[in-house]
Design a protein around this ligand. Structure first.
Ligand code: AMP
Length: 360
């Protein structure tokens, strides 16, 4: 993108992935006069609703990928597990962001060592390729710990907690490369979300305190508390070094644990992030709009927080079926429903953001 002209209104943005992040990206793009086309295999592709066209083809269908790319002026992704082969089948000049970011983020081991080289501190960890490796890692790293598949995990899937030696005996190597990491005794979790343009300009949103349940984000809130506020600068320096090293374009997220010994890096997401949904109403410009602006070569919008207190909560599973009743609450809650057809347990169906000009 560097040195290229901004994309004019009416240009077409291609989005790889069909989830709620793609849906909110397409809504932001539409507001700026762009047209979006999505691509994801058959499924509950809620990103299709605001898209002018949507390809429901497989990630290995090169003809379909070529037809999709042929209609796009720029292509981005909303899902970090889009197979690399699919992204590499797309002409490089159409990709908004270098696929190296995706390759690294798809593998927990690569991601940890990449960010470690840039000065970040991850939880103590070891690579696990067999039952013997697991026994060795378990002995060296100790308990409590957590065994995670190196690839294809999200929202706590592909993870096994190990609280004791007794529990470790019951865990077998799942047959896929894993990482065993020590459990971090953190005060709060937080994320650094930044946007970077092709010419290297970077802006950060405020870091929320994030709450997870069974590995899945449930809440993001501001103010994030003293410990997070004291560690944001160091975490931002790592996020910025990561974005610069990748010559990254768009929104990038790094997740951290705030501990008494400083910020511990957990993982990165080369995309807009669930913990940034509050930016739609709570910041001068949302993560979705600034991602679109960055990839289309438009000037970035401000990222300042507009309220004293913000509380974003996910609506999960059947909880969302009654969600319209939230609209009767005081304080003007902002409700977002993703239009998913099936309210399965543990599925993110929507979110609600509450903002206030007073501190809680
Ligand atoms: P992940 O998929 O690695 O982001 O893990 C999902 C969530 O599980 C994190 O946001 C934490 O709440 C928890 N978790 C994962 N790894 C660790 C760890 N090493 N120590 C403590 N909590 C963890």
């Amino acid at each position: 993108m560097a040195g290229k002209k901004p994309l004019p209104p009416g240009a077409t943005i291609g989005i790889l992935g069909g989830g709620q992040l793609g849906r909110m990206l397409a809504m932001a793009a539409m507001q700026l006069g762009y047209r979006c086309i999505g691509y994801a295999p058959e499924g509950d592709n809620v990103a299709a609703d605001p898209c002018a066209d949507f390809f429901t083809d497989g990630w290995s269908d090169r003809d379909a990928l070529a037809a999709f790319a042929g209609q796009c002026d720029i292509i981005t992704w909303e899902f970090e597990n889009v197979p690399l082969e699919a992204v590499e089948a797309i002409p490089a000049h159409l990709l908004a962001t270098d696929p190296a970011a995706l390759r690294i983020a798809q593998d927990r081991l690569e991601e940890k060592s990449f960010v470690e080289q840039l000065g970040a501190r991850p939880a103590p960890y070891m690579r696990v390729d067999s039952d013997e490796d697991f026994a060795r890692a378990f002995e060296r790293v100790g308990t409590p710990g957590i065994l995670k598949t190196a690839r294809d995990g999200y929202d706590g899937k592909g993870q096994w907690r190990v609280d004791s030696a007794h529990e470790a005996q019951g865990i077998r190597f799942p047959g896929r490369r894993c990482v065993y990491e020590g459990m971090i005794d953190f005060e709060t979790e937080f994320s650094v979300i930044l946007v970077r343009t092709a010419d290297g300009t970077i802006r950060f949103w405020d870091s929320t305190a994030n709450t997870h349940d069974s590995g899945m984000l449930t809440r993001a809130a501001l103010p994030a508390g003293e410990m997070v506020e004291g560690q944001v600068e160091a975490a931002r320096a790592i996020a910025q070094a990561t974005a610069d090293a990748l010559d990254y374009v768009g929104v990038l997220t790094l997740e951290f644990f705030a501990t008494r010994a400083g910020p511990i890096f957990n993982e990165m997401a080369p995309r807009v992030h669930n913990s940034g949904h509050w930016t739609i109403e709570g910041a001068a410009t949302s993560q979705f709009e600034n991602h679109i602006r960055a990839i289309c070569g438009l000037p970035l919008g401000g990222t300042e927080t507009r309220f004293a207190a913000i509380d974003m909560r996910n609506l999960v599973g059947e909880e969302a079926l009654e969600a319209h009743s939230i609209l009767a609450e005081e304080g003007e809650p902002h409700l977002h429903l993703y239009g998913k057809r099936e309210a399965r347990d543990g599925r993110k169906m929507g979110h609600v953001t509450r903002v206030s000009s007073r501190l809680p």
